[in-house]
Write a protein of this length. Sequence first.
Length: 156
Amino acid sequence: MAIRQIRVAGDPILNKVCKPVKEMTPNMQTLIEDMLDTMYEANGVGLAAPQVGILRRVAVIDIGDGPIVLVNPQILEEEGEQTGDEACLSLPGKAGEVKRPNRVVVQAYDASMTQYKIEGEELLARALCHEIEHLDGHMYMEHVIGEIHDAVMDDE
């Protein structure tokens, strides 16, 4: 397991659409493990493969309830709305107010390529939308209401 370099805004790889994962190979397993390690090391709640320079439809999330691995995720349902500050490991130290669905249902595969559905509300819904957008070559800054500002850091 290794910590990978996180690509930052302006890197052209962050604007590219990722290719689906066709099978779980040892390299894909290593990528997932490295992404989790990198996300935790950076104190993030999510990380998508293009953020570490890999154009594959893979993302990881942990909002505090344990890791979620998303391979080839698709949003099936969106409901309600929430508005709040959002940040990204690819734009360190910055945040911006973004409107997202309050509830989403996502279909994905896990690290064993077993298909599953996950329903997320509030922070999990925000994280799911944010990471899946990375896989389509988009970043949250495209949706910011107002200005991007310095992120408020918790002392925890």
